[in-house]
Ligand binder design. Structure first.
Ligand SMILES: Nc1ncnc2c1ncn2[C@@H]1O[C@H](COP(=O)(O)OP(=O)(O)OP(=O)(O)O)[C@@H](O)[C@H]1O
Length: 217
């Protein structure tokens, strides 16, 4: 269970949200929808440990996760809208880099694990290509493989289907469903309502969620 208590965030004295409380059971898919500029990406980045909150606590199965933007560890993996792949590295290198640097896996072990992931995501033929040589859907799957290589318990996606065609979106849905079966908790910010409908998710209306929290405090 991922539990968030009393989360607040301001940018330059502009309050984005205040007093948010949320519990996400293990294995749940939570889709986060709502108008542009309301703070969904900010929320995701804070949970992923990439951005500091002003206030709040986050626990994963009772263990505290830092919200100061300096988190160590890889409990929450994140997949950005623009993929954020390293352009100077091949697909295989993109995936093995963090396990080698952060988890201190050796080259053989990290490549073995990466190739298994690439096989599962149908990317083995692309392993020696560079990001600029890939389609949008392939980049998206590489970004997912790179996050999964760190074996996160939570995966956070920001607009995972933006710019993808129907077939690529279908594959992302399949990957998300497979991960749910493996017990990975997934948080997905999206504007793509047909995509939301295709998932077996709990839908969080972020506008309503932040409004209610503001009225409660
Ligand atoms: N680094 C920053 N400094 C100052 N303000 C910011 C910063 N990042 C985001 N904001 C502001 O915070 C608000 C929330 O932005 P955020 O990107 O979280 O919204 P969003 O709901 O994800 O929007 P979208 O759906 O368009 O991606 C916006 O008004 C944005 O301009």
């Amino acid at each position: 269970m991922l539990e968030l208590t009393n989360l607040s965030k301001t940018y330059n004295q502009h309050q984005i949200f205040k007093g948010l409380n949320l519990a996400v059971p293990t294995g749940e898919i939570l889709t986060i929808v709502g108008p542009s500029g309301i703070g969904k990406t900010t929320f995701l980045k804070i949970i992923a440990g990439l951005l500091a909150a002003d206030e709040g606590e986050l626990t994963l199965d009772g263990q505290s996760l830092a919200l100061d933007g300096q988190r160590k560890g890889a409990d929450v993996g994140v997949i950005f809208q623009d993929f954020n792949l390293f352009p100077q590295y091949t697909v295989l290198e993109n995936i093995t880099l963090a396990p080698r640097l952060v988890n201190r896996l050796n080259a053989i072990a990290s490549e073995r694990a990466a190739k298994k992931l690439l096989g599962e995501l149908d990317l083995l033929d692309q392993q020696n290509q560079y990001p600029f040589e890939l389609s949008g859907g392939q980049k998206q799957r590489v970004a997912i493989a790179r996050a999964l290589a760190m074996q996160p318990r939570i995966l956070a996606y920001d607009e995972p289907t933006s710019g993808l065609d129907e077939a690529s979106t279908e594959r992302v849905i399949q990957i998300i469903n497979d991960l749910q079966e493996q017990g990975v908790t997934q948080l997905i910010v999206t504007h793509d309502l047909p995509f939301v409908e295709a998932l077996d998710s709990r839908i969080l209306d972020f506008a309503q969620f932040t409004r209610e929290a503001r009225n409660d405090v």
